[in-house]
Design a protein around this ligand. Structure first.
Ligand code: MRU
Length: 364
């Protein structure tokens, strides 16, 4: 996607041909900055500290992190240790494990001297395939928006509610949940997006709003608790969210608060779609609530908030009373029964074992 007229992906190989550059998402929306990753520790830290985030981008960064590690040492022990370090950075998005397993499968049979070059090639393939999958999700999701847009005008657009950031910043390009929105807007459909702020880290208010604004997509940022009210008043036509891990039975784990939106959507008859590229499907799991590890992050993400002052400086303030304990659960699980459909790169599937198995017979 373009930033000030220049085409960007969220991760790319630097001009030196070996280091890796990423958009530093901790600086958005106040500054657009590029961070350079030069070694395993840097890549692991970028994932842990959420310089990069979003399930598909976490996977792609881990793949490049392994390539950086192979430059330094590529024997079997180094390969295992690098994969272990990267896997430990964040627990919930299964794309991380998927990417590392794919890298290990490619690299393990090779001689150590061949591993670095092969790792860069495989990481690039993972990144390119992510772009293609998101683009395909954009096409399949577009059809849903197109159906909802029949008879709509710019004054009465299709209202889409999204949670967190599942746009191009969360992937290598295009996004998952927002790809259909970009396709629809590019083709002239009248669309407006309700953007959940997504406390505590505000990925909606800071990242989704930023990227929608850059692309000229009409949107409104709302507090996390507003969605139910909007749905009761017919102001949401469909919900579109991403996923960090979807079970083979269609349970969807995504950013904390997604489940509450799905409940409100169910109660109000609003379709609730999840954009799920296949690397975010965990074919080993059948019960999302019991089996998916939910990340707990630092309480400071909740007790403190950072924003820009009028003079352009950034300031962090504390919003909770001194001494009050805080709990910061980063994800929740929406049971499959609340999910209208899963938009995958192969088409839209029911959130059921049969639906997923029909689209992915190779994974049965
Ligand atoms: O904690 P984050 O910002 O990595 O969480 C991101 C999300 O929950 C996204 O919705 C999910 O990764 C899907 S991204 C296409």
């Amino acid at each position: 996607m373009k930033v000030d007229g220049i085409g960007y992906r969220t991760i790319w190989l630097a001009k030196d041909g070996w280091s890796v550059e990423v958009i530093d998402q901790t600086r958005l929306p106040h500054a657009f900055a590029v961070a350079r990753l030069t070694d395993l520790a840097g890549a692991a830290d970028a994932i842990r500290s959420m310089v990069v985030r979003g399930a598909p981008l976490i996977g792609a960064t881990a793949a490049y992190g392994l390539a950086l590690a192979m430059r330094a040492a590529a024997d079997d022990g180094a390969l295992v240790e690098a994969a272990r370090t990267l896997l430990a950075t964040r627990p919930t998005a299964v794309n991380l494990r998927w990417a590392l397993e794919r890298m290990a499968t490619t690299l393990a049979p090779l001689a150590p001297s061949d591993r670095a070059a092969a790792a860069y090639a495989e990481a690039a393939a993972i990144a390119d395939e992510d772009v293609a999958m998101c683009r395909a999700i954009g096409e399949h999701g577009f059809e849903l928006i197109q159906r909802a847009a029949a008879g709509r005008t710019p004054e009465r657009p299709v209202n889409i509610l999204t949670h967190c950031n599942a746009g191009w910043l969360a992937t290598v390009d295009w996004g998952t949940a927002l790809a259909p929105v970009y396709v629809a807007v590019d083709r002239g459909l009248p669309v407006h997006v309700w953007v959940d702020e997504t406390r505590p880290r505000n990925q909606g208010a800071s990242l989704t709003a930023w990227e929608l604004g850059r692309h000229g997509v009409p949107h409104t940022v709302i507090a996390d608790n507003v969605g139910g009210h909007l749905m009761q008043h017919g102001m949401v036509d469909l919900c579109l969210v991403g996923t960090d891990r979807t079970t083979a039975t269609g349970d969807v784990c995504n950013k904390i608060g997604t489940y509450l939106k799905a409940l409100a959507a169910f109660d109000n008859g609003v379709p609730f779609y999840v954009a799920a590229p296949s690397p975010s499907i965990d074919w080993r799991l059948r019960d999302g609530v019991r089996e998916i590890p939910i990340e707990e992050r630092s309480g400071r993400e909740l007790s403190e908030i950072t924003g820009r002052t009028e003079d352009g400086g950034l300031v962090t303030v504390t919003v909770t009373p001194a001494g009050s304990p805080v709990g910061n659960y980063a994800f929740d699980v929406t049971p499959a029964r609340l999910v209208t459909g899963l938009i995958t790169e192969r088409g839209v599937s029911a959130a059921t074992p049969e639906g997923l198995a029909a689209l992915f017979p190779d994974r049965r």
